[in-house]
Design a protein around this ligand. Structure first.
Ligand code: G3P
Ligand code: CA
Ligand code: CA
Ligand code: CA
Length: 289
């Protein structure tokens, strides 16, 4: 007797926007349903057009309260206060906790199973002003850029694996000597020359433009997770890098939070070490391909 299920086709969803694009040949940018290998489905945004398309949105880093220092909403650093005993903070860069929704990706943090499930070669990053709706993201973004050297092949195919190798943990290393990898980027919108308009004037000696960099330490050995658009060459990386561990010694915890020390010389002032209001009030979206 044959089993009724023998000829039954399984319901299947693609695992990434790249896989979906290959199935259809061409598709518009927009929201699509993807699946993890265990069958958990989720909705996310696919950039199906930039540089051949197939980019899966896996995360957004949003600062909901620049005055809240490692408080509620600081999921990409710590929601447990500036605390030496929680050196990795919430651990979001290297765990499988997911949060947020794609439609709210400019209004809160977002992380989906693609972050740790997809095996990718390259990344694309968008800086999008807060609160914009999905159909406005691309045209109103401040920066859009991507890597094209397949750098993720060397680091396990995604950020989950990369950050397992380069933990975002206070005192796991020292500035410059133990920073993680950097990859050159190609701009799709905006350009490296305009970075000084967004990061504080004092920071220009701290970075080299035209890269995306992972896991950078500052002078006090606090760990920052992501330096988008730059490669750090100095040790005050808390003003140009985002996300981090759970302890930032300088200034009694004033640098603890998703956008670290972006407000060191005042919120949105673009004076000294402070970033502009525009970049402080924009999310950083991470895509894989
Ligand atoms: O990160 C900047 C800090 O280390 C120095 O700040 O206020 O002494 O210029 P300040
Ligand atoms: Ca905060
Ligand atoms: Ca946040
Ligand atoms: Ca500093």
């Amino acid at each position: 007797t044959s089993n009724k299920l023998d000829n039954c086709k399984p319901v299947s969803y693609p695992k990434s926007c790249k896989e979906l694009l290959h199935l259809y040949g061409c598709l518009p940018d927009g929201l699509y349903i993807l699946s993890s290998s265990s069958g958990a489905t989720y909705l996310t945004f696919c950039d199906m057009t930039t540089n051949g398309g197939g980019w899966t949105l896996v995360a957004s880093i949003h600062e909901n309260n620049m005055y809240g220092k490692c408080t509620v909403g600081d999921r990409w650093s710590s929601q447990q206060e500036n605390n030496q005993n929680v050196p990795e903070g919430d651990g979001s860069w290297s765990n499988k906790v997911t949060f947020g929704t794609v439609e709210a990706a400019t209004s809160d943090d977002f992380k989906n199973p693609g972050y740790y499930e997809i095996t990718a070669q390259d990344m694309s990053v968008w800086h999008v002003p807060n609160e914009l709706s999905v159909d406005q993201w691309k045209e109103k973004s401040i920066f859009r850029y991507h890597t094209e050297n397949n750098f993720l092949n060397q680091y396990g195919g995604n950020l989950y694996n990369l950050y397992k190798a380069y933990p975002v943990r206070y005192k796991a290393g020292a500035c410059k000597t133990n920073n993680g990898p950097s990859s050159p980027i190609v701009y799709d919108h905006g350009n490296a020359g305009s970075l000084p308009k967004f990061y504080g004037p004092s920071t220009t000696i701290e970075y080299e433009p035209g890269y995306i960099s992972f896991r950078a330490f500052n002078n006090e050995q606090a760990a920052l997770a992501l330096c988008s658009g730059v490669k750090p060459v100095g040790c005050n990386v808390e003003h140009i890098c985002i996300g981090g561990g759970g302890f930032f010694p300088e200034g009694g915890g004033r640098q603890c939070g998703d956008f670290a020390g972006f407000d060191w010389d005042g919120y949105g002032t673009h004076n000294g070490w402070s970033a502009s209001k525009e970049i402080t009030e924009s999310v950083v979206m991470l895509f894989y391909r």
